[in-house]
Design a binder for this molecule. Structure first.
Ligand code: DGL
Length: 288
């Protein structure tokens, strides 16, 4: 029997590492399980049906490896499949959109908030829904940025190209006089310093930071849940395809050694005879 005592995080790829970084600082010592679906990234250009299928499989995988609680490290999944995940699993599942929305409302002074995210996130109007529910007078401007997640996965563009891509995406929002910008995709904090250089007066909201703080508060309130979580300062990383880019991005972004990344064949692991398959070669450990 697998012991369910870890905090599970998943994303389509390296994006959720921006959440892991905040979890390291707000919840040091807690054991984490990370799954990056590098075989199927990007999620943001896919249909709701496909994103939901991926989200169900990713969550099931984390549970099969011992997650006791799951934070969705992907805004696209939060936007499209949060309810479905909650309906299908009995462990607590935490979303990443609402924490960012609350923080944006705390930060804005002129009530004009910009959202950038994947095409699926922007289409879902999830941010607008929460923002208008909490503060109906707020004005929301959004723009999908389909190139940014692939760029974060494989950052081989010159600074000049990155800057002009960012400008193309952000200028229409800035023109509307927004004072606060929600980075509505966990891949986007990789570009925080470039965005700050371009628009130094914008309040930039990283929802992953707020989600990590919210989880900390939840565990302070729910002592029973907290006592079930293991705290051996151990993090396991799984990806569904070659870990090369993942490892590179990890080292650029996270100041902590990485012992190994495991490459997992989701189809094999999630077949009905799961327990047997855990012992075959569907999970390969790669030393880095
Ligand atoms: N990092 C993800 C998000 O927060 C998804 C990026 C993608 O795969 O398109 O939306």
């Amino acid at each position: 029997m697998i012991k369910r005592n870890k905090i599970g995080i998943f994303d389509s790829g390296v994006g959720g590492l921006t959440l892991v970084k905040h979890l390291f600082s707000y919840l040091p010592g807690y054991d984490l399980l990370y799954f990056g679906d590098t075989a199927r990234v990007p999620y943001g250009s896919k249909s709701e049906k496909t994103i939901t299928k991926f989200a169900l499989e990713d969550t099931e995988f984390l549970l099969s490896q011992g997650a006791r609680i799951v934070i969705i490290g992907c805004n696209t999944v939060s936007a499209v499949a949060y309810d479905v995940l909650q309906d299908n699993f009995s462990v607590p599942i935490l979303d990443i959109i609402f924490p960012g929305v609350k923080e944006a409302l705390r930060k804005t002074t002129n009530g004009k908030i910009g959202i950038i995210g994947t095409q699926a996130t922007v289409n879902s109007k999830s941010h607008e829904y929460y923002l208008n529910r909490l503060e109906p007078s707020v004005k929301v401007f959004s723009n999908p940025c389909p190139l940014l997640a692939p760029l974060a996965e494989n950052n081989n563009m010159s600074k000049y190209v990155v800057k002009s891509i960012l400008k193309t995406y952000l200028q229409p929002l800035v023109k509307n006089n927004i004072d606060t910008l929600i980075l509505g995709c966990t891949h986007y904090p990789y570009f925080i310093s470039e965005i700050e250089n371009l628009y130094p007066n914008l309040n930039l909201i990283d929802p992953a930071k707020q989600a990590a703080q919210d989880l900390k508060k939840l565990l302070q309130r729910d002592k029973n849940l907290d006592s079930q979580l293991s705290k051996n300062n151990h993090t396991e990383y799984f990806v569904s395809d070659t870990p090369k880019n993942f490892v590179e991005v990890y080292h650029r972004f996270i100041d902590r050694s990485l012992e190994h990344v495991k490459v997992v064949d989701l189809e094999k692991v999630l077949q009905p005879k799961r327990q047997e398959l855990y012992h075959d070669n569907s999970i390969v450990k790669i030393e880095v």
